[in-house]
Design a protein around this ligand. Structure first.
Ligand code: MCN
Length: 788
């Protein structure tokens, strides 16, 4: 490929997306109003488990403005297939049929029971109140350990058990390592359940196409391409007649990486009624009907020498699936299996995960999806180990880091990390934070009996990003099709269009892909239009999740643009009557080597390619090229974080005073965007560490059912971040880029908890569960005082 100097990639090009977003000119799904459109609302179960004995909708049907009420019994027969789970992790995994509306039995609070279609959403909502459902309540199970006990209430009676699957990772025997160990740290950590909170809750509009008999689905989704295939299967609509458009999407964080009941209901209702229909989720409804994150128990054992050198790791997870399996539910904890050993070089590792059904909303991918859980496990263990062997946690990390490498290196989990240099990241972090003087301040405060203690918490994490390699995904029974597609075309005027299969919902792909195309083509990013999120205009795509877009989709843009330049070079040679080998390309201009005055711009070539008059013999007109990039491996970003907390031992409040992060995602396409991703990610990780927890009571009621009770931190609760980066290119793709969209969320929870435990270690406190609320800190201090 013809490469030229990078002018825009790596520079802080301001986000093209922002003017529309900050001036209220974005188009959200809820802004879409179609002629004749009706609105639907879903009646949701007020109990966690029960048989539906009868549904009487007569009063609702009599209300003015109500067009129809349907139940599961009315609609399920119209589905060609239930809602999909795309990752059957074991051959004998239990997979309950999951229809958009429960027909016989509700399995969790908020399970859909009936749908009202009305003139507007307010009438539809009001009408829900007039539907009378008679339930026979059944016993409920919400606790995963209870759910596995004999005699537990069963979520799905037909399976005779609540165990969905047990997945043992086929890796080595660790017993020998544990026999050699001087120190074994054995512990249990809890990953509390989290509720994702994108600013825009979900929304869907479905319009039947009276001409071709198909449907256009507008959805606030991260995955229009996946949704198109899935909806066509669920609703029995030929795939080529299904078009999905993701308009502006106000965040997703993994929650919108799914195929939801309401999307299928929209298609079925639009087909039945022959008019467009709309559904918009409310926040408290979202807390019940959209997937939740995390929720697992981690039983861990780490074996090491008295010097703190790790010898082996045993991981046993018990993970809450909730009541049904959504698209990736069973696979989420398994993502963690591959990176649980973290950035540490040792051999012996076992991992087993048991997935469990409970009467709760299903879990699925929430930013990081399995990897924050894993990083938390290993990073907390390392701090516990450091304390056992009496060394500084920075030192114990260092003696276990992989030596720097830039070629794939096999890990105890049986995968290959692509490139690491933790030493450089750690060196920079210690320098950036002035670690020694922080320790000095800590000593001073301890000695003076200051009620406000200082805590320092490290996290040196890695993660698997760039979800792609089709063959690897297939080997994990996760389907394949991990590639990403792009088309780059020059228009007659010399401007360019980039068509991408990624589907941004806050990550700034329009800007980033413009930079990539601009550099390759030698034009301005302002002359590049990025087309995305519509399966009619961007027909090939695998969408946005798993921090895959830059290392897979961005690379596809780069490769397609390179192909355009290759073709343009042939045309330029023809126009300049020179040999192709003599043509040089710099700054968007082709010239003849040794005769720089003789040249044509890429815009002139584009015009010529369009006219098709003066082209090399046999060459097709137009300057356009496609690429479908399927990398050989994932990418493995890594980083070193340090969280500095002040813990007030009298009020038990934790203040995150400073947060230092040195992340490495290879070369950065856009530093402003990458920093923004890290900021948002750290904020979400600190939210898990300190504030957020979805709590169910024993009857299956979501106690934290609104923002009044579910504490999402805002800017005042969060510190200023001090960021820097190291650059270790990935050998998995020609740009060397690794993903950055989840890194902050993965690195920060263990850093924060390590810092709090560090602050309180003088009391003999060894662990505090997340979220480390003032009450938990208070209890930990009281218990520690009771012990002493
Ligand atoms: N980038 C870069 N240099 C790199 C790597 C990435 O400049 N070396 C830029 C990319 O060009 C892109 C952005 O960073 O503009 C993110 O790229 P990438 O890491 O590939 O992640 P994705 O675009 O695939 O985004 C997915 C990731 C995930 S999995 C979640 S969850 C998440 C996240 O992104 N959800 C988000 N960030 C989010 N940000 C917002 N605003 N909203 C969400 O819902």
């Amino acid at each position: 490929m013809t490469e030229q100097a990078q002018k825009y990639v790596g520079g802080g090009v301001p986000r093209k997306e922002d003017p529309a977003l900050v001036t209220g000119r974005a188009t959200w799904t809820d802004n879409i109003k179609l002629p004749g459109m009706l609105h639907f609302a879903v009646l949701r179960s007020p109990i966690a488990h029960g048989k539906i004995k009868s549904i009487d909708a007569s009063a609702a049907l009599e209300m003015e403005g109500v067009h129809a009420v349907f139940t599961g019994e009315d609609l399920n027969g119209e589905m060609a297939a239930p809602l999909p789970c795309a990752w059957p992790v074991t051959p004998d995994m239990k997979h309950p049929a999951h229809y958009p509306l429960a027909a016989d039995e509700v399995k969790h609070l908020g399970d859909g029971v009936a749908v009202v279609v009305a003139d507007d959403r307010y009438i539809a909502k009001d009408a829900l109140e007039f539907i009378d459902v008679d339930y026979e309540e059944l016993p409920v199970v919400t606790n995963i350990e209870e759910a596995l006990k004999d005699g537990s209430p069963l979520v799905h009676e037909e399976f005779g058990t609540n165990e969905c699957y047990t997945w043992p990772m086929p890796v080595g025997d660790v017993d020998a390592a544990f026999e050699k160990a001087d120190v074994v740290v054995k512990t249990r950590y809890i990953q509390q359940r989290l509720l994702p909170n994108p600013i825009e809750p979900r929304a869907v509009v479905v319009a039947p196409d009276p001409v071709n008999g198909g449907f256009t689905v507008y959805s606030s989704s991260q995955v229009p391409h996946i949704l198109k295939s899935a909806l066509s299967g669920i609703c029995g609509v030929p795939e080529q007649k299904m078009r999905v458009i993701a308009p502006d999407v106000g965040g997703g964080f993994g929650q919108k990486l799914n195929v939801y009941a309401e999307e299928a209901l929209g298609v079925i209702l639009a087909r039945k009624l022959g008019v467009p229909v709309k559904w918009v989720e409310e926040r408290s409804e979202s807390y019940l009907s959209s997937i939740h994150g995390r929720d697992q128990i981690q039983d861990l054992e780490l074996a090491a020498t008295s010097e703190g050198k790790i010898l082996g790791l045993k991981v046993k997870l018990t993970a809450d699936m909730g009541a049904y399996l959504q698209v990736f539910t069973p696979g989420i904890p398994l993502f963690g299996a591959f990176v649980f050993p973290g950035v540490y070089d040792f051999e012996a590792y076992t991992f087993e995960c048991t997935g469990v059904f409970t009467n709760k909303t299903p879990t699925d991918a929430y930013r990081g999806a399995g990897r924050p859980e894993a990083a938390y496990g290993i990073e907390r263990l390392i701090d516990e180990l450091a304390r056992e062997v009496g060394k500084d946690p920075a030192e114990v990390r260092r003696i276990n880091f992989y030596e720097p490498f830039d070629e794939p290196t096999t890990t105890p989990a049986g995968i290959q990390y692509d490139s690491f240099n933790l030493q450089a990241a750690m060196d920079r972090l210690l320098e950036l934070s002035d670690y020694e003087s922080l320790r000095e301040e800590q000593r001073r405060r301890r000695e003076s009996g200051d009620p406000v203690q200082l805590g320092l918490g490290f996290s040196t994490y890695t993660e698997v990003s760039g979800l792609a390699p089709s063959q690897v995904l297939a080997s994990l029974n996760a389907g394949g099709a991990g590639w990403e597609a792009a088309t780059v075309r020059m228009l007659p005027s010399g401007k360019a269009e980039v068509v991408t299969g990624t589907s941004p919902h806050g990550q700034g792909h329009v800007t980033s892909w413009s930079q990539l195309a601009a550099d390759a083509l030698g034009i301005s990013p302002d002359d590049v239009e990025v087309i995305h999120g519509d399966t009619a205009t961007a027909p090939l795509g695998r969408d946005t999740y798993g921090s895959r877009s830059a290392p897979v989709g961005g690379v596809a843009v780069h490769l397609a643009a390179g192909k355009v330049v290759e073709k343009a070079k042939k045309i330029a040679a023809h126009m300049l009557e020179a040999a192709e080998g003599d043509i040089e390309f710099e700054g968007g201009r082709f010239s003849v080597a040794g005769s720089p005055d003789q040249g044509v711009t890429i815009q002139e070539v584009a015009g010529e390619a369009f006219l098709g008059v003066n082209l090399p013999e046999g060459m097709e007109p137009n300057l356009t090229a496609d690429s479908s990039f399927d990398p050989p491996n994932f990418t493995f970003p890594f980083g070193a974080h340090l969280c500095v907390v002040e813990v007030d031992t009298e009020t038990c409040r934790v203040k995150v005073r400073d947060y230092y992060a040195v992340d490495d995602c290879g070369p950065v396409i856009n530093p402003i965007i990458a920093d923004g991703q890290i900021h948002g990610g750290i904020a979400q990780g600190l939210a898990q560490a300190l504030y957020e927890e979805a709590i169910y009571d024993e009857d299956g009621n979501l106690v934290t059912g609104s923002m009044m009770d579910y504490l999402v931190p805002g800017a005042p609760e969060l510190p200023n971040y001090t960021l820097d980066r190291t650059v270790t290119p990935s050998p998995s793709n020609p740009l060397g880029v690794k993903g950055i969209g989840e890194a902050g969320t993965i690195g920060s929870p263990p850093a924060a908890i390590n810092a709090i435990v560090d602050a309180l270690s003088e009391y003999g406190i060894r662990h505090i569960d997340m979220p480390a609320s003032p009450m938990r800190v208070f209890q930990a201090i009281q218990e520690a005082k009771g012990r002493s």
